[in-house]
Write a protein that binds this ligand. Structure first.
Ligand SMILES: Nc1ncnc2c1ncn2[C@@H]1O[C@H](COP(=O)(O)OP(=O)(O)O)[C@@H](O)[C@H]1O
Ligand SMILES: [Mg+2]
Length: 305
C-alpha cells in the first residue's frame, strides 16, 4: 500500500470551503487515495511543507496583493503551477511574450505609467468609433475591466478618468477594441492538463458597461456548457501553451493546468484573450469526464516519475 499523499487545494479567505468547481474534485481525489485539505494561501498557520502538492485554485484576492502572493508562492516547496510560472502569468504583459512568439493575441495598446500620458494623450489613443475595453495588466476575475463606447462623450470621459486613475496608481492599462463576437458566440476556454488539451467550455460575454469599482473579487461567469473547439481555436490554444513553455525556458514538467481563453477576432479568426496559468476555474463537471481528467492529472504529480 503506498502511503497516503497529502494535497492542498489553495484558496483565499473569501472562499475557505473552496469554489464549487474545485469542491467537486475532492471526493474523486479521495477515492484515488489522496488526503485533501482546503488551505488559505495567506494563512500563516499553514505548514506548506506537509503537503506532497499544493495546487493554486481560488486565490482570487491576489491581484491587489501580487507581491505578497508571489512571496508566498516562492516559499511553497511543491506548488502547481510553480512560482516562476505564477510570477510570469500574474501580469498580462506575458501576452507580449506570446505575441513575440507568433501567438495571435487580442490586439492591445499598452498604456504604461511613467510614459507621461495625460487626458489629451489618452483621448488620442482611444478609438474614435465602436466599443473598447480598459483593464489593468494585473487583474483577475474581470474585476477592474470596463467597456466603453468611443463616440459617447460621457463614456469616453469616464474611460479617460479611469485610465488616468490606474496610471496614477502606477498600473499599466490595457486598451483593446471590444470584440463584438463575444456577445453572440461567447468566449471559449480550453483546458490543458499536463500540457495536453483535455476539454473546453464556452462562456457568455461579461463586460456590459464601465468599470464600476467596489470590492468584489470576481464577476460570476455564465457558462454555456461543454464545447468542441474548432480546429483554429485548438491550434491557437496549443500554440499559446507551447509559447508559454518557451517563454519560461521550457521547464522540465509541463503546466499541471492551463486555460486558454479565446474569442473570435475582428476578422473572425480566434485571438487569445488570456492564457490562465495561475488560478483558472477549470469547470470540470461541464465536460464529459472532466472531473476524472483533472484528478488523474493531479494524482500523476504525486508519484515521482
Ligand atoms: N477586448 C475584449 N472584448 C470583449 N470582451 C472582453 C475583452 N476583454 C475582456 N473582455 C471580457 O472581460 C472578461 C475579463 O477579461 P480578461 O481579459 O479575461 O481578464 P481577467 O479574466 O483576467 O479579469 C472576459 O472574460 C471577457 O468576457
Ligand atoms: Mg478572463
Amino acid at each position: 500500500m503506498p502511503s497516503t499523499k497529502r494535497v492542498a487545494l489553495v484558496t483565499c479567505r473569501a472562499f475557505p470551503g473552496l469554489d464549487a468547481y474545485d469542491a467537486v474534485l475532492v471526493p474523486r481525489l479521495e477515492a484515488l487515495g489522496a488526503e485533501v485539505t482546503a488551505a488559505i494561501w495567506d494563512d500563516r498557520a499553514v505548514d506548506w511543507d506537509q503537503f506532497d502538492l499544493a495546487i493554486v485554485r481560488s486565490t482570487w484576492d491576489y491581484a491587489a496583493r501580487r507581491d505578497d502572493f508571489l512571496a508566498w508562492a516562492a516559499g511553497v516547496p511543491r506548488l502547481a503551477n510553480p512560482f516562476a510560472v505564477l510570477r510570469w502569468n500574474t501580469d498580462k504583459h506575458y501576452l507580449k511574450d506570446l505575441e513575440r512568439r507568433g501567438v495571435a493575441i487580442v490586439p492591445t495598446t499598452w498604456l504604461e505609467p511613467g510614459a507621461g500620458l495625460d487626458a489629451r494623450g489618452l483621448h488620442t489613443r482611444m478609438p474614435a468609433l465602436g466599443d473598447f475595453v480598459l483593464k489593468p495588466a494585473i487583474g483577475a476575475g474581470a474585476v477592474g475591466a470596463g467597456r466603453y463606447t468611443a463616440n459617447d462623450s460621457y463614456l469616453r470621459g469616464r474611460a479617460i478618468v479611469y485610465a488616468l486613475r490606474l496610471l496614477a496608481e502606477g498600473k499599466t492599462v490595457m486598451l483593446q477594441r471590444y470584440l463584438p463576437a463575444v456577445d453572440t458566440l461567447g468566449e471559449v476556454s480550453m483546458v490543458f492538463l499536463d500540457g495536453r488539451y483535455a476539454y473546453a467550455v464556452r462562456k457568455e460575454a461579461m463586460l456590459h458597461g464601465p468599470e464600476s469599482g467596489g470590492d468584489r473579487l470576481y464577476e460570476a461567469e455564465k457558462l454555456q456548457g461543454g464545447y468542441s473547439p474548432a480546429p483554429a481555436e485548438l491550434r491557437l490554444g496549443t500554440e499559446a501553451v507551447a509559447a508559454a513553455m518557451d517563454a519560461l525556458g521550457n521547464p522540465a514538467r509541463p503546466f499541471l493546468y492551463a486555460r486558454a481563453d479565446v474569442v473570435p477576432g475582428a476578422d473572425g479568426h480566434p485571438v487569445l484573450l488570456e492564457l490562465e496559468l495561475t488560478e483558472p476555474a477549470l469547470f470540470p463537471e461541464l465536460a464529459p469526464g472532466g472531473i476524472d481528467l483533472v484528478c488523474r492529472a493531479i494524482m500523476g504529480r504525486l508519484n515521482p516519475v
